[in-house]
Design a protein around this ligand. Structure first.
Ligand code: HEM
Length: 281
């Protein structure tokens, strides 16, 4: 679906019946909807209603029981949640693992932090992983270098505004180019270097808080931010604690491309060497 996204944006409407991109785009969405299992879930809920059994408790049930939402709204809401929630964290984790594999000294420092926690057969708590400063800095730096949502936009609807001395009439559309902003040399010296240390609160001058805002900001900022961060901390904690992550020697220079989310331009292969046994997975 993402592959045909650009074509849908730039091509005129009349071309949709003539060129193959539109069919592929619609088929992509159909795949997402069927993957999201909305229709299947609908059948289950309907069955429960027919059997006069209790229907409650789940997000989709909640949406379906909301009389102000059309079926289009429900499909859109579930698909958005799945898209916003999966491609973002999975691609960010891909970038982080790639960066760690290329920077063994960073990985060792991170290993030092995560291996210091005594667990004895239990999982770390949210507070424990969130309290790991270097782990947080690694995620923040990776999102600066590879903001998985590379662009988003806003229309100032209500009134004229002045920003930095420039005046903008109401209804002006603003595009935020997160990738460009977070590679600004003035805010981040050596912007293409992976340096989690920039984010540590250890007395050094830290970057401006708005110089990298991969989750957006304000009332329409990412609603899933805390879930996303926690999920990534937990996955990284488990992986780095158990494995030494090494790059595939022939992978070459990985480039990022914009497919609505920022993805690598080729398949990434990594070697996961079990720290306890020295086996590669
Ligand atoms: C690395 C992970 C993620 C990043 C970098 C990210 C980034 C973003 C950004 C930049 C926006 C647009 C904010 C704006 O327009 O100001 C957004 C919106 C949104 N995100 Fe995330 N996101 C991530 C993970 C997630 C997860 C895990 C979920 C769900 C569990 C989620 C749900 C949403 C939703 C529903 C919106 C739309 C909010 C609205 O329109 O009001 N995101 N995200």
């Amino acid at each position: 679906m993402f592959e045909n996204n650009m074509a849908v944006f730039v091509m005129p409407r009349w071309s949709r019946g003539l060129l193959p991109y539109w069919g592929r785009y619609v088929a992509g969405w159909d795949g997402i909807f069927s993957f999201a299992l909305i229709d299947k879930k609908l059948e289950v809920i309907q069955q429960r209603v027919d059997d006069e059994r209790e229907v409650e408790g789940e997000y989709l049930t909640y949406l379906l029981s909301n009389t102000q939402m059309s079926m289009g709204d429900v499909y859109g809401s579930i698909a958005e949640l799945l898209l916003a929630g999966m491609d973002t964290t999975s691609n960010t984790l891909t970038w982080i693992l790639h960066l760690l594999s290329k920077h063994p000294e960073t990985q060792e420092r991170l290993y030092g932090e995560v291996s210091a926690l005594v667990l004895a057969d239990r999982s770390p708590s949210a507070a424990e992983v969130t309290g790991m400063r270097y782990l947080r800095a690694v995620v923040k730096e990776a999102l600066r270098m590879y903001p998985v949502v590379p662009m988003n936009a806003r229309v100032i609807a209500e009134k004229d505004v002045t920003v930095g001395g420039y005046q903008f009439a109401k209804k002006t559309s603003f595009a935020f180019c997160h990738y460009a902003i977070s590679h600004d040399e003035d805010a981040f010296p050596e912007p293409f270097a992976f340096k989690p240390e920039r984010w540590l609160r250890d007395g050094r001058k830290r970057p401006h808080p708005f110089a990298s805002i991969p989750f957006g900001f304000g009332v329409r900022g990412c609603v899933g931010r805390r879930i996303a961060e926690l999920e990534m901390y937990l996955v990284l904690f488990a992986l780095v604690r158990q494995f030494d992550i090494k790059p595939e020697p022939n992978v070459g220079e990985l480039k990022s491309i914009n497919r609505t989310v920022l993805i690598p331009d080729r398949q990434l292969n990594l070697h996961f060497v079990d720290r306890r046994r020295g086996d590669a997975a």
